[in-house]
Design a protein around this ligand. Structure first.
Ligand code: S3P
Length: 184
């Protein structure tokens, strides 16, 4: 007998401005799944916005809170889980999310990201006089961490609908082939 175990969550990872939030909203609607966003959960938990958490407590404390939120959302089922761009920095986060989730890495080229986030003041790590340089620097450091995915999509030249369609199709194939073990 073959036992097929489907992963019921879709986890969106990727750099800031790669499109996780916008794609996540449409994806959840299309698949009739619940939408969960780790940054919003952190804000609910702390009663503070992300910018103020960084400002008051620093990045390390933010990462601890983020890991706590990952522990909770990894237990959910039938959700699209949108993650903050730095979630991959702790491998335990992605390992947890992967147990019941197909991990999608949304990539975008630095110049595309720069245009998307240029006026956004809510991302503490990009408040630099040289945002493009900062994006390139961070992306370079994070590259090996982002490589831990099931599906990779470059969103640079795609519409939100196109990205969502690609995820839905690839997720179908992954779940169809997901045979965890066989029993006879
Ligand atoms: C961060 C990304 C942000 C947010 C925080 C840190 C990062 O989320 O979690 O500002 O380290 O890349 P988005 O990727 O949704 O912007």
């Amino acid at each position: 007998m073959q036992l097929c175990v489907k992963k019921s969550n879709i986890v969106l990872t990727g750099f800031m401005g790669a499109g996780k939030t916008t794609v996540g909203k449409l994806l959840a609607r299309r698949l009739n799944l619940e939408l969960v966003d780790t940054d919003r959960e952190i804000e609910k938990k702390t009663g503070m916005d992300i910018f103020n958490i960084f400002d008051k407590y620093g990045e390390e404390r933010f990462r601890e809170i983020e890991t706590g939120v990952v522990e909770e959302v990894a237990e959910l089922s039938n959700c699209v889980i949108v993650t903050g761009g730095g979630i991959i920095l702790r491998r335990e986060n992605i390992e947890r999310l992967r147990r019941n989730g197909v991990v999608v890495y949304l990539h975008a080229e630095p110049d595309v990201i720069s245009k998307r986030v240029i006026r956004d003041k809510s991302r503490p790590l990009l408040q630099s006089t040289e945002p493009l340089e900062k994006i390139k620097e961070l992306m370079n450091i994070r590259k090996p961490f982002y490589e831990n995915y099931d599906i990779k999509i470059d969103t640079s030249q795609l519409t939100v609908e196109e990205v969502v369609n690609k995820i839905i199709n690839k997720n179908k194939i992954i779940n169809k082939n997901k045979i965890i073990h066989s029993e006879f």
